[in-house]
Design a protein around this ligand. Structure first.
Ligand SMILES: [Zn+2]
Length: 743
């Protein structure tokens, strides 16, 4: 306020100073002063208001300060309380914590206790170990000491050894020499040992041979004793039946049965000579003359009564009857009948009557002949079968009894083969069905027996004169006194019969080794490459001959001629046939097995199977490799053989597997006509393949099912006949080739 007043006073002074200058000016100044005064007054008012506001604010502040002071006090009180509470809380928490800590620590303390105990134990153990260690250490010290001693000794010994080395070198050299000597000796010994082994084996063989010889000699001695006993007995008042069966072309055997007959007759016996069949087939000596030589030999030997075997029909009914035209013996057979009138082709029975005893004989032929012989060759005849066979036999017995026979003897070609049992065609089966038969002389199964399996009175001599059957009958009692077999070898021979056999056989042998044809062709007898791997000219020739002999023999009906094919196994072709002269012996060298030509009916599919199976390993060689006639076929060796099941032949497992499918073989044509897998074909093969030999199980199945038969024509004979008859004994060109293409 004072400042404002001072300013105003100064202004007033200034205005007074300068007012005198001019009035107007003074007037202006006066106005300005007035304005300034007003302004001062306004400012004074404003200042007063501000002071007033300030005083209010100050009062307010005082109040607020008081309030703050009050609040502060309250806060301090609250703070004190809170601090107290906090202290209480802390005390409480501390107590709780102590409690909890105590609880938690107790188990730990226990564990700690345990751990401590373990630790103590470990400590104790450690102590023990430590003790042991110390002990070991002590021992080790001892060992060390010992080692040192040993080392010293070793060193000493080494020194000694070194001193001895030179000695040792000498010894070593000596030893090496000894070793070399020993090795040489071992070598020598080994060689000796091998030699010894050989000697031993030889000795073993010699021993076996000796044993066999001894055994053979023993049985020979026994047989000789039997023979002597038989030959030296008194046969006064006796009738003796001497019998053979299944001679099968052994012509030189007849001299023995005739010789035996001579001896027994000299000793007072009445002798009757009989045969139970199969005298027409088996060797070239009867096959080249179609059985005629068998009849001739029995004439010479003086046979009385003969029945028929199945092989009597091998060359056909007509041929047999022609042969029998020359027979000086009585042929009997009750069960082979002419188809046209049902009459027996031969008398069924006959009586041998020597004035003292009447022996009735009746003949039976196995009904199996119907399936064992080429049906084309026996169309004129039938065989009584099953019950009719038994009735037939009984009728013979009854007739013989009626005609006054003291004894009834069956002269039968039935045998005891197991395969004959199913139809009841064995001799034992027939004997069981027929009453009044005193004795049976049997054939067909080549059995050596003096009685049946169950003691039946049946006797049979085997085959090819292995034995001669002897049946001694007492004329007084008219009963059979004994029956026995005597070994043929060593018996006295009838010289007339021996000469007759010799002359037939020598003639055939001479014919056999002399040339009967010529050839300009070399025929391939090689194995591989050859007959076991591919078509050969020899395979072509042989199969052509096989087919020819069946067709030419009239076994195939006209309508079937285009269905005939030939197959033979290449393994059966054993030698080459060189250009030049050809003898039957040469042919037999090519085909030495005595196999016969067989025929089988199969479907086209079965034919394919046979060819597929028989070439499964081609181009590798195989014995079953098919040499063929009549078919044009292809073998694709690039395709695999689809191997199927193991073949089973006659109940035995084969070594070959059939094809699961046909992959390699195809047939283009059969005798120029298209091949039909569903059609039936006639396979001309050999009896070995027909029996399922090699890979030909499919032929076996067909054969066993009754769709085949054996012609009994020997393969070599078929080939000889073919060269003679069809090629006019001159081979001037190879057979038509190109039958098989191998890819
Ligand atoms: Zn027979």
């Amino acid at each position: 306020m004072k400042k404002v007043c001072i300013v105003l006073a100064l202004l007033l002074v200034a205005a007074l100073v300068f007012g005198g200058v001019e009035w107007n000016q003074a007037k202006n100044l006066q106005n300005s002063l007035k304005t300034a005064q007003d302004e001062a007054k306004s400012i004074q008012g404003q200042l007063d208001a501000k002071v007033k506001e300030l005083e209010t604010a100050q009062a307010d502040l005082t109040t607020r300060t008081q309030e703050l002071t009050d609040n502060t006090t309250a806060l301090e009180t609250a703070k004190a309380e809170m601090e107290k509470q906090a202290a209480d809380l802390q005390a409480q928490l501390t107590a709780e914590l102590e409690e909890k800590t105590k609880q938690a620590l107790e188990p730990v303390a226990q564990e700690l206790e345990n751990a401590k105990a373990e630790l103590d134990q470990a400590k104790a153990d450690l102590e023990t170990v430590k003790n042991e260690l110390e002990q070991a250490k002590a021992e080790s010290e001892q060992l060390k000491a010992d080692l040192a001693t040993a080392q010293e000794e070793l060193a000493e010994k080494t020194r000694a050894l070194e001193e001895n080395t030179s000695v040792l070198d000498t010894v070593k050299a000596e030893l090496e020499q000894a070793k070399a000597d020993l090795e040489a000796k071992i070598q020598e010994f080994t060689e000796n040992s091998t030699a010894m082994d050989t000697v031993k084996a030889e000795l073993e063989n010699a021993k076996n041979e000796l044993e066999q010889n001894v055994s053979a000699l023993t049985s020979k001695a026994a047989a000789a004793a039997d023979q002597i006993k038989l030959l030296t007995a008194n046969y006064q008042g006796k009738t003796v039946i001497l019998h053979s069966n299944d001679v099968h072309g052994k012509l030189d055997g007849y001299a023995y049965i005739a010789g035996l007959r001579n001896v027994l007759e000299r000793a007072g016996a009445n002798v009757v000579l009989v045969d139970a069949g199969d005298f027409s087939q088996g060797t070239i000596y009867v096959s080249v003359n179609k059985g005629a030589a068998g009849v001739d030999m029995m004439n010479t030997a003086g046979y009385d009564i003969v029945t028929l075997g199945n092989h009597e029909f091998d060359y056909g009914y007509a041929q047999l009857m022609e042969n029998l035209q020359n027979a000086k013996f009585q042929a009997i057979c009750a069960n082979v009948l002419l188809r046209e009138n049902g009459e027996s082709i031969l008398p069924g029975h006959c009586i041998y009557d020597n004035g003292a005893v009447k022996i009735g004989f009746f003949g039976l032929e196995t009904p199996e002949t119907a399936t064992k012989v080429n049906p084309g060759l026996i169309q004129e005849i039938d065989f009584t079968t099953f019950d009719r066979l038994y009735e037939n036999a009984q009728a013979q017995v009854d007739a013989l009894k009626e005609e006054g026979a003291d004894l009834v003897v069956g002269l039968w070609h039935l045998g005891v083969d197991a395969e004959s049992a199913a139809n009841g065609y064995r001799s034992v089966d027939v004997l069981a069905k027929v009453n009044g038969v005193d004795f049976v002389i049997d054939g067909h199964s080549h059995t050596v027996m003096t009685q049946g399996e169950n003691g039946e009175p049946i006797q049979s001599t085997g085959t090819q004169f292995e034995y001669i059957g002897v049946v001694v009958i007492d004329n007084e009692t008219k009963t059979i006194e004994k029956n026995t077999l005597v070994k043929t070898e060593g018996l006295p021979k009838d010289s007339t019969t021996e000469e007759a056999a010799k002359s037939i056989m020598e003639a055939i042998d001479a014919e056999y080794s002399s040339p009967f044809a010529t050839s300009t062709v070399d025929f391939n007898g090689d194995r591989a490459p050859g007959n076991r791997t591919q078509e050969t000219n020899l395979g072509d020739l042989i199969t052509d001959a096989m087919v020819w002999c069946v067709v030419d023999g009239g076994s195939i009906e006209e309508a079937d001629l285009k269905k005939v094919v030939g197959i033979t196994n290449g393994g059966g072709i054993r030698a080459a046939l060189a250009a030049g002269n050809i003898s039957m012996k040469d042919i037999n060298t090519v085909l030495p097995f005595g196999n016969t030509v067989a025929m089988i009916r199969v479907t086209g599919n079965e034919l394919l199977e046979a060819l597929e199976a028989s070439t499964f390993c081609t181009p590798d060689a195989i014995g079953g490799f098919p040499q063929t006639s009549g078919i044009v076929w292809t073998l694709d060796t690039t395709k695999p053989y689809d191997k199927g099941d193991l073949y089973v032949v006659n109940g035995k497992e084969s070594t070959y597997y059939g094809p699961k499918s046909i992959q390699r073989v195809s047939i283009e044509s059969v005798n120029g006509e298209p091949f039909d897998p569903e059609a039936e074909y006639i396979v001309v093969t050999n009896n070995f393949c027909a029996a399922g030999g090699d890979t030909y199980a499919v032929f076996y199945r067909a054969y066993e099912a009754g769709n085949g038969f054996d012609t009994s024509i020997a393969m070599d004979v078929a080939l000889v006949d073919y060269i003679r008859a069809q090629l006019n004994s001159a081979i001037t060109a190879e057979p038509q080739g190109g039958r098989l293409t191998i890819k």
